[in-house]
Design a protein around this ligand. Structure first.
Ligand code: 5GP
Length: 214
């Protein structure tokens, strides 16, 4: 059975990376696809863990070859979800969680070639001030870059209504529990359980003779 595609988006600094890490510990059978980016590697980041860091030239070649499920220019760098990485997870039947910017999320929601169910979740910071404080204190961007990310957050938060769910990320453990609850509930949807339910219904069919004639 094919898993759900769980699309997580938020403005930069919304805390979705930390939230996803937390939820993957709570739900270890959740598949994850590591994105590709042309953004320079930050101190402490590992190739193939946070991202596959590639040149703009290689990224453009990969777009040409149709290697991405979605891709976008985010704050001046290119980011993309690899089709091959995603397929690897889907082939195991697991749910796949992807962390993408709002443009990438909208592309995935609109992609008619993607079968299976898609759930989109927007992570909203509790206020602009909190977003600014989080982005500033993580100290990973130059002042110009920080300003671009904050400026872009206005348009990003205005798209929240296009998502199926919204989580306000005020307190990490609470937000992680809410995200895990959504993923778990979606797994119980009737559509997702058709093949498991078939075996149960077959057992009822096989016992129908016990009541024949009554
Ligand atoms: P950062 O540079 O802070 O790691 O990420 C910047 C933005 O790019 C974040 O909003 C992040 O979610 C988004 N992003 C990360 N990977 C992808 C991806 O594969 N596709 C798209 N569209 N956005 C991504």
């Amino acid at each position: 059975m094919k898993g759900n595609l769980i699309i997580i988006s938020s403005p930069s600094g919304g805390g979705k990376g930390t939230l996803i890490k937390e939820v993957r510990e709570m739900l270890p059978d959740l598949g994850y696809s590591c994105s590709h980016t042309t953004r320079p590697q930050r101190f402490g980041e590992e190739e193939g863990r946070e991202y596959f860091f590639i040149s703009r030239e290689e990224f453009e070649q990969r777009i040409e070859s149709g290697d991405f499920l979605e891709h976008a220019n985010v704050h001046g760098n290119l980011y993309g979800t690899s089709l091959a990485e995603s397929r690897k997870v889907f082939n195991t039947g697991k749910d796949l969680i992807v962390e993408v910017d709002v443009q990438g999320a909208l592309q995935m929601m609109a992609n008619a070639d993607l079968d299976g169910s898609r759930i989109s979740i927007f992570i909203l910071p509790p206020s602009f001030e909190v977003l600014r404080a989080r982005l500033t204190s993580r100290n990973t961007e130059e002042p110009d870059e920080l300003r671009t990310r904050l400026k872009n957050s206005f348009n990003e938060v205005s798209e929240y209504q296009k998502f199926d769910y919204v989580i306000v990320n005020e307190d990490l453990p609470t937000a992680a529990r809410q995200l895990a609850a959504i993923i778990t509930a979606e797994r119980q949807s009737t559509d997702r359980q058709t093949s498991a339910i078939k075996g149960i219904l077959d057992s009822f069919d096989a016992s129908r003779h016990l009541f024949e004639g009554e």
